[in-house]
Write a protein that binds this ligand. Structure first.
Ligand SMILES: [Zn+2]
Ligand SMILES: [Zn+2]
Length: 342
């Protein structure tokens, strides 16, 4: 079966290989992958960015997917053939302090699919059903592969921010995570304003505006100037940082209102320099948000199924053989979210 694999420790260095299909163990099910999407972290892996040097090729890439159960280990009772599912990306140990506290997503011994272990950019994967979520028939496989990135934002905004209805919220970074963040901000009744730069003006910022959200292009206008023009104020109640651009943290400290909150979602490419005295004097709450837990998968399934969060406008479909094109189109910001059809 086909698998998109990281085979070399360098930029690119991927290959579409033929690998042996897995055989599920007694406590596993076999999932036929239907759709799988490229995450920002897969792009870091593709670049072989310093933040992702922990990856040991060869490894099958990918963690965002939807699929269908096609084989069941003999000890599995709660799944049946044909069940439509999505798969959690993080394999946890269940035994460490974080796991025992219920924080499985920050397990001390965690293993992320497509990073530390083989992922899901392939035709079939054997999975322990504790990492599966059933999806309703009304949610297509195409949409369901975006449950995982959507759940990153339900976690960030519902669990890891102070955002309340009526707040003005700056979302920094207009990529797929930023667009999902803006929609999630809207879901809770707050108003998102999405920030990008000149190179986002071709595809990403126009797409954000198509969703009816305000945008700021900081290559043309400062954030405070734009806020003043649009809202008659120079601060926001909260920031959701989705760009991973190091200078954005200092900017966030400056534009958030006294007593406001900042939620860091993006993985910073470089060390961050910031004046934390500003944060102390303004009593800003700084949250970090990593991945998601079980309940956020369930929330994301519901929001996508209801249409409260839309993904159709941000995706383009690729065959696995065109994996390099899919990655390069995402890097060139031509396609917000490439999706493979297996
Ligand atoms: Zn992801
Ligand atoms: Zn653990």
């Amino acid at each position: 079966m086909k698998a998109i694999r990281k085979i070399e420790r360098k930029h690119g260095g991927i290959s579409v290989d033929n690998i042996e299909p897995p055989t599920p163990k007694e406590d596993e099910v076999l999932v036929q992958i239907k759709n799988a999407s490229i995450c920002g972290s897969d792009i870091h892996a593709y670049h072989f960015a310093p933040t992702h040097h922990f990856i040991q090729p060869p490894v099958t890439m990918g963690h965002e997917c939807s699929g269908q159960v096609v084989e069941i280990g003999k000890n599995v009772t709660d799944y049946k053939l044909g069940d439509r599912v999505v798969i959690e990306p993080i394999v946890n140990c269940g035994k460490c302090e974080s796991c025992l506290k219920g924080n499985h997503h920050i397990c001390n011994n965690f293993n992320i699919r497509g990073m530390h272990r083989d992922g899901i950019f392939t035709e079939q994967v054997a999975v322990n059903p504790k990492f599966l979520h059933k999806i309703p028939d009304t949610l297509s496989f195409e949409k369901a592969c975006l449950v995982e990135p959507t759940s990153v934002l339900t976690h960030a905004i519902l669990d890891r921010s102070d955002i309340k209805a009526g707040d003005l919220v700056l979302v920094t970074g207009p990529g797929p995570i930023g667009l999902l963040a803006a929609q999630m901000v809207k879901v809770v009744g707050a108003e998102p304003i999405v920030v990008g730069i000149y190179s986002d003006e071709d595809v990403r910022l126009p797409l954000i505006r198509e969703f009816g959200f305000q945008t700021i292009n900081t290559s043309e206008q400062s954030i405070s100037e734009a806020l003043n023009e649009k809202y008659g104020r120079e601060t926001v109640h909260a920031v959701v940082e989705c760009s991973g651009a190091s200078p954005v943290f200092q900017t966030s400290l400056e534009v958030v209102v006294k007593g406001g909150s900042i939620t860091l979602v993006g993985i910073f490419a470089n060390q961050v320099e910031a004046n934390l005295s500003t944060a102390v004097r303004k009593e800003i709450s700084i949250y970090t948000s990593f991945s998601q837990d079980w309940v956020n998968f369930e929330r994301a399934i519901k929001l996508l199924d209801e249409g409260a969060i839309r993904t159709e406008e941000m995706v383009a479909y690729y065959q696995p053989d065109d994996a390099v094109d899919a990655f390069e189109d995402a890097i060139a910001k031509k396609v917000p979210k490439p999706v493979f059809t297996f």
